[in-house]
Design a protein around this ligand. Sequence first.
Ligand code: FAD
Length: 490
Amino acid sequence: PKKAVIIGAGIAGIASAIRLAVKGYNVEVFETNDYPGGKLSEIIVNGYRFDTGPSLFTMPQYVDELFKLAGKDPRTYFNYQKLDVLCRYFYADGTQISAYADTQKFAAEIAAKTTDTASSVIKFLAHSRDIYTITNHVFLERSLHRLQTYLRWDTLRSVFKLPRIDAMRTMHKANSSFFKDSRVVQFFDRYATYNGSNPYQAPATLNVIPHLEHHFGAYFPDGGMYSITLALEKLAEELDVKFYYHTKVDEVILQQGIVKGIKVKDKVIWSDIVISNMDVWFTYKKLLSGHIKLHPQKTLNQERSSSALIFYWGIKKPFPELDLHNIFFSDNYLLEFDHIWKKQTIYHDPTVYVNISSKLNTTDAPEGCENWFVMINVPADSGQDWDSQIAAARQNVISKLSKVLGVNVGSLITTEAVLDPRSIEFKTSSYKGSIYGTSSNSQFAAFLRHANASSKIKGLYFCGGSVHPGGGIPLCLLSAKIVAEMVTAN
Ligand code: FAD
């Protein structure tokens, strides 16, 4: 059988391994960490378990598809439940909104709590679905970099409908035209952060994201997010994929522009193809540093997505008013994004996201306690003085939560761990600590993202959040699908 080497056991690396193993490839995965999952991993601190990165699970069908491909029943590997409340929102003026998964109920909630109407919500979500229908096959499920994609009838049909995807104005502009209440505009503007972008710059095409959540739903995997990684790793192992942990790849070996294998600690591993699940920037800069002429400079220089600052707090008191996902909005969203994107710093009143997996997976925290994953969006790393910024942000986050919840949150923290742009880069080799690869702050972002195969190096493929179609678990899984199709078509 043909051999494939995969660099990195992130979610897209494991998914690519499964897809190629199913096609009969002999697959080896090399991972520098001593655990799988990359950003989708976990930490355990003083009896509290935390998922380290992703907390929102959407489009679970893409995970199930991998088990089905291998002829297995996904439910015997892992299970998940659909959430009735997608997220609970707390506004600075005291308004609280529950985003119900049920569209009618959600629309009624908006009508009851704001000055907008239920029908404006229904109309907006229909628009969101429309964008999805037009873009899904073209922008997400296929390579944008192969002629075949453009010759397909459904692509051409989508191209004719392009004006309807609303790419010529910003998300914020579009949302302000759909809604008159600034709280509702803020609600829908937040979806730009789902791929680390800025709603005041990103094209309104990103209004496709609410459809993914409100139509397909949000889910919680039994045992927490990390069980997605573990279930896929198990499936891959059953398909004879070999994982080598604690094994950093140092070089991709080329001969006359053709991939021949990789180098690991001076040992050469020959392979017909190499798939990099490592951030595309570091793949070129570190593993192909001797081949600068083959670097796609313009693509590599694209603006990066935002990063995150996360406090993992053990909290010694239950909060019945909180749900699995909770958002505490900033009073001034425009200023918050200006700080992240223009000033490259942290706003003093950031939007705070609190995820509490112990609400559903009770063993994640000791009895009577909760595991709080507290995240704010911050700029990608450009050498800021993070230690002082983090100290200030910690104080601001504690005062904000304390004010809304009416208790001194600081005094309830029993354990703490922190992840910031520097440690995100260090732990997962993500350039500048950006969490979703390149940003989507321009209409052309989808086309400028690196393709799933190198145009100059034969046999070199890419999957994961830093390449097409982009970051987030669903898109990473789609990148693996595209890669497997490309590999087997060649
Ligand atoms: P990564 O997770 O980036 O892993 C790449 C792997 O390659 C790493 O394990 C790394 O160690 C390895 N590697 C790198 N260099 C080498 C080398 N030289 N040799 C060997 N191995 C190497 N997505 C969602 O869908 N929902 C969310 O709620 C969500 N929230 C997020 C919150 C945070 C804080 C973060 C950080 C991300 C979040 N994301 C979310 C995004 C999601 O986590 C990522 O898009 C996705 O997990 C990236 O997967 P990947 O396959 O690109 O690989």
